[in-house]
Design a protein around this ligand. Structure first.
Ligand SMILES: [Zn+2]
Length: 297
């Protein structure tokens, strides 16, 4: 299934018919935590429920792409230094996620169930993510966690959210977000209930995946496909953040990448569409979106 992930503030009624007309099947809504937060998004969702329902009635699948972990930590987390992650220098720091061996995960589980209830989505796919590492070491080095790899620690955090969501939706299928730099050599553990969501945001966005500069990303997705039964892709084809809107030379590059993902037999290929200014498509129209959608027809 192919579709578009928008910042929730950029979604308005016209998108529904545009996506239907162009044959795009899935709408993702995303919160950019640098611009807004989960609480604002949930207020927006409550106020815009009729719009979401209309999209679903028209046959679009609607899902939410959320860095939710920080939001799911309990309110008193700040007061529990012993549950913060321990950095390489042995200091407890409250910068990313929490110590995966801490009891905070019980609260995360409970809060994830409550969040899923609020979203009320028809689709069983959930994209609740942990904090972005941006390639940095943000794992916990405490005595209990230090023998777990980055991958395993990630899974502990994701598992807590997944268990919570599953209390609400027994058919939930949960995203494990993998950037190009994630190492999963030691992934030989049960990933039941999860799918891999490959988001190569550190790739070169001005060159196709087949270019030698993107070799590691190409190898990564081939390896993921080999190791896991269900791999989805989250790309940045229509995101101005990456100078990669589907136009000019970029059109050929995106065309080549789409052909590659098609040949791979990936179930869902979603792409971010992030615009350089508010009301961008109201001003300039949807022609870039149409051009992109045609690559899938
Ligand atoms: Zn720890």
């Amino acid at each position: 299934m192919e579709g578009i992930v928008l910042l929730y503030q950029d979604f308005f009624a016209d998108w529904i018919e545009v996506m239907k007309d162009y044959g795009l099947k899935k709408l993702g809504l995303h919160v950019n935590t640098e611009q807004s937060n989960m609480a604002d998004f949930l207020c927006w969702l409550k106020a815009n429920r009729p719009l979401i329902e209309r999209a679903e009635e028209r046959g679009l699948t609607v899902e939410y792409f959320l860095h939710a972990f920080g939001y799911l930590l309990p309110e008193d987390f700040a007061g529990h230094r012993e549950n913060w992650r321990q950095n390489e220098d042995g200091q407890r720091v409250k910068d990313y996620n929490c110590c995966p061996s801490s009891p905070e995960l019980n609260s995360v589980e409970k809060n994830a169930e409550a969040l899923a209830k609020q979203l009320k989505q028809y689709s069983h796919k959930y994209h609740f993510w942990v904090d972005d590492d941006f390639g940095k070491d943000i794992i916990c080095h405490c005595e209990k966690c230090r023998n777990y790899s980055q991958w395993q620690q990630g899974l502990m955090l994701y598992r807590a959210m997944e268990q919570g969501v599953r209390m609400y939706d027994t058919e939930a299928l949960f995203s494990y977000l993998v950037y190009g730099n994630s190492v999963f050599r030691d992934a030989g553990i049960d990933l039941g209930g999860f799918f891999i969501e490959f988001a190569p945001f550190l790739r070169r966005h001005d060159l196709p995946l087949a270019a030698k500069e993107n070799k590691s990303y190409l190898e990564k997705i081939l390896s993921l496909k080999k190791n896991f039964s269900h791999v989805d892709v989250l790309e940045y084809f229509l995101s101005f953040d990456y100078d990669s809107f589907c136009r000019g030379e970029q059109y050929e590059r995106v065309k080549e990448d789409v052909r590659f993902y098609k040949s791979l037999g990936v179930e869902d290929v979603m792409t971010f569409a992030v615009f350089p200014e508010k009301n961008y498509v109201k001003k300039y129209g949807f022609s870039g979106i149409e051009k992109y959608a045609k690559l899938w027809s």
